[in-house]
Design a protein. Structure first.
Length: 316
C-alpha cells in the first residue's frame, strides 16, 4: 500500500527536475532581449492631427500704420480676424486648393520672397530661396505647385513655378518684356499672366510648362493679375481706364463687359463663380468690396483707417 503511494511522488520529482519539464528557471523563463514585448513598453506616437482648413473666407493684406498684415473675413463682412502680424510686410495672400495653407510675399528676412503659413496662422515656412526678389504667388489647382514672379538681376520680371514643398524653382518665361501677375487655369493646364511683350499690357496664356505663349485678343490695357473664373470660361481683370475699371472677357477673347469703374483692381472669384471680390479706391483709401458676376449687388467688406488690398477667396 505504501509502495504504491510513493511511486507517483517519485515520478513527480523526476519530472520536476528534468530539463525543460516544468522546472522553474529564473533566467531561461524571462523574455529574451529583443522580445516582441519589450520592457518598459514603448510610448506610442502622438495622434496625427489634420491641419485646419479654411472654408469660404477672404484673406487680404491690411496696413497697420507700420507694416502690412494678413487678415481674413467672411463674405458677409463678419468674423474679421488677423492671420499674421509681425515687424515685416506680408502681402499677396493666396489659398491652397484644400484651404489648409496660405502662400504670401514677405520681406521678413530682409528680402522679398514667397512664404507659406497654415490657415490658423502658425508654421511660417520660406518656400523660395533664389538670390533675387520673388512675389505674386498663386497655387495650382492640385495644390502641388505654385507659380510666381521672379526678378532676376539685370532682367525683366519673369514667370516661375516651384513645388509646394520648396526646392529648386523652374523658369517658364524668358522674354525681354515684363511678364508678371500669373494665374492658373482651373484645370491646371495653363497659366495666364500680364505682359507688355506686344506693346500695351495684355493677358497672355501659356501652357503649364511655359510653352505656346499667346495673347488674349481685346485685353490691351490690362492692369494687374487676370483672374480665371472657376469654370474657365472668363477672365476678370482690371483695365487701365480713367478711372480704373473692373471687367470680364471670355477666356478666348472677345467683347469686354465692364462691371464697375471707380478705381477697381485685384479681382478674385468666389468658388461658385457668382461673385467677385476686389480692391477699390472709390472712397480714397483702398478697401475690399464684393460684386456679383452680373454687375449687381455691390457690397463693401472692410472699412479701415488705412489701406486694405490683395483679396483672395478660399475654397468653399
Amino acid at each position: 500500500m505504501h509502495g504504491k503511494r510513493l511511486i507517483p511522488f517519485f515520478l513527480f520529482l523526476i519530472i520536476a527536475f528534468m530539463p525543460g519539464c516544468g522546472r522553474i528557471n529564473l533566467e531561461s523563463d524571462l523574455p529574451p532581449q529583443g522580445n516582441i514585448f519589450p520592457w518598459p513598453p514603448p510610448v506610442p506616437p502622438p495622434p496625427v492631427i489634420p491641419p485646419i482648413a479654411a472654408h469660404n473666407l477672404i484673406s487680404f493684406a491690411s496696413y497697420n500704420g507700420s507694416f502690412y498684415e494678413l487678415w481674413t473675413i467672411k463674405p458677409d463682412g463678419s468674423n474679421l480676424k488677423c492671420l499674421l502680424s509681425e515687424s515685416a510686410n506680408s502681402i499677396q495672400p493666396t489659398w491652397s486648393s484644400d484651404g489648409t495653407r496660405v502662400a504670401f510675399r514677405s520681406d521678413r528676412d530682409g528680402f522679398l520672397q514667397v512664404y507659406v503659413i497654415w490657415a490658423d496662422g502658425t508654421g511660417i515656412t520660406r518656400l523660395t530661396s533664389d538670390s533675387f526678389p520673388e512675389m505674386s504667388p498663386q497655387w495650382s489647382p492640385k495644390g502641388d505647385k505654385l507659380v510666381f514672379v521672379g526678378l532676376p538681376p539685370g532682367e525683366s520680371a519673369e514667370i516661375y513655378t516651384i513645388s509646394a514643398s520648396g526646392g529648386t524653382s523652374s523658369r517658364l518665361t524668358n522674354d525681354p518684356a515684363v511678364d508678371g501677375a500669373p494665374s492658373w487655369s482651373p484645370d491646371g493646364t495653363k497659366i495666364a499672366f500680364s505682359s507688355n511683350r506686344s506693346g500695351p499690357y495684355q493677358i497672355y496664356v501659356i501652357d503649364a510648362d511655359g510653352s505656346n505663349p499667346n495673347p488674349v485678343p481685346g485685353t490691351q490695357g490690362l492692369l494687374g493679375r487676370p483672374a480665371w473664373s472657376p469654370d474657365g470660361n472668363y477672365f476678370a481683370f482690371s483695365r487701365n481706364t480713367s478711372p480704373v475699371s473692373l471687367c470680364l472677357i471670355p477666356a478666348a477673347g472677345g467683347t469686354i463687359t465692364t462691371l464697375t469703374s471707380q478705381g477697381d483692381t485685384e479681382p478674385d472669384w468666389s468658388p461658385d463663380g457668382k461673385e467677385i471680390v476686389f480692391t477699390s479706391s472709390r472712397n480714397v483709401l483702398s478697401e475690399i468690396y464684393l460684386i456679383g458676376a452680373d454687375g449687381t449687388g455691390l457690397k463693401r467688406l472692410t472699412n479701415n483707417a488705412t489701406t486694405d488690398g490683395n483679396p483672395a477667396w478660399s475654397p468653399p
